[in-house]
Ligand binder design. Structure first.
Ligand code: GH3
Ligand code: MG
Ligand code: MG
Ligand code: MG
Length: 315
């Protein structure tokens, strides 16, 4: 089909591998089947220092939305598979929660399209052709605004994890969901703490310690399930909420993280070093009501992991 030909053609010009995210560089996800448009826009937007990921279909867009955690989405109204408005419907709740602006682009600037887009939760609607001279300051504006919003709702500035305030809201709202939804048996609440972190600071300095903290969260982002959230609980202590996840599933996911993180070699002058962590899991079921009690039990499991040698996960 024409669409397939176009896809093959663009595969040669656009890197389709999902890029490894650099922590501080925002991702812009473009979901659009118009090859010329995406190629052109990608070039301009990348020149501004953003990372760009492209989906030529709605299905791919949906997948990448969960995978790359974009900071902003440019979404075509007319896609070959899922309707743009339909895709918007599917991602709206999560996008809103993560403060991800959705910029809908349409071929015709009719009133009806605009209304539909706004009603379904699009942040903006822009008619094609897009003027790059305007698009670029527009993107900077939205990304700047997003950063501000994230700080307001509770993002930890150093690591990009959520903060403690957010965690408490997230855990209680997931508890409500758990009680509402019979298909969910449990959720896992995990507290993790970096092993001998003080000695990283002592030996290599605080900036190096900060780098370790960022990388710690970054490696979690790569292995996490879409609904998992990580929050900075204290200095080098983080709390993770894994909805619809049993303790054995949580254990396996943490294991993957453990493998990924322990493989990161940090450089400090002539030295290289690796860092480990310990984790305590509390499996939360409908019978668990008290947040403090849940946190206490995860903490206890973590303490047990520390006591029995560190670099391990305990229930
Ligand atoms: P353990 O294996 O028992 O967890 O030992 P530890 O050294 O990791 O534990 P401890 O709680 O004694 O040390 C935590 C250290 O984390 C102390 C504090 O200076 C450091 N820390 C807390 N917040 C930050 C931060 O934002 N950046 C850096 N670089 N260090 C931090
Ligand atoms: Mg289209
Ligand atoms: Mg520690
Ligand atoms: Mg600690």
């Amino acid at each position: 089909s024409l669409f397939q030909d176009k896809t093959d053609e663009i595969k040669q010009t656009i890197n389709f591998e999902t890029p490894v995210s650099q922590p501080d560089v925002p991702f812009i996800l473009i979901v659009d089947d118009d090859v010329e448009f995406v190629t052109h826009t990608k070039t301009f937007v990348e020149r501004e220092g953003f990372q760009v990921v492209i989906a030529l279909t709605g299905e791919k867009g949906l997948e990448l939305f969960y995978q790359v955690k974009p900071s902003l989405i440019i979404l075509d109204q007319a896609l070959p598979d899922i309707d743009g408005i339909e895709l918007l419907k599917q991602i709206f709740v999560k996008a809103q929660k993560d403060v991800v602006p959705i910029v809908m682009v349409g071929t015709s600037d009719c009133e009806e399209n605009r209304i539909k887009a706004y009603e379904m939760g699009a942040t903006d609607f822009i008619a094609k052709p897009l003027n790059m001279n305007v698009l670029i300051p527009f993107l900077h504006n939205r990304i700047r605004h997003r950063k501000h919003m994230l700080k307001q709702i509770g993002e930890d500035e150093l690591t990009g994890a959520y903060n403690r305030k957010y965690l408490e809201r997230e855990l209680s709202s997931q508890l409500v969901m758990l009680k509402k939804d019979d298909r969910m048996a449990a959720l896992s609440f995990i507290i993790v703490d970096i092993d001998h972190f003080k000695s990283v600071n002592d030996r290599f300095g605080h900036p190096k310690g900060d780098e370790v903290l960022k990388e710690f969260v970054h490696t979690f982002m790569k292995i996490k399930a879409p609904m998992d959230t990580i929050s900075r609980y204290g200095g080098e202590e983080f709390a993770i909420v894994m909805p619809d996840t049993s303790k054995t599933e949580a254990f396996e996911r943490i294991k993957a993280w453990r493998e990924s993180f322990s493989n990161v070699t940090f450089n400090a002058g002539d030295n290289t070093f690796n860092v480990m962590f310990s984790a305590g899991i509390k499996e939360v079921t409908v019978n668990d009501d008290h947040l403090n009690r849940i946190i206490e039990q995860a903490d206890k499991a973590l303490y047990h992991a520390k006591e029995t040698g560190r670099n391990k996960t305990q229930f």
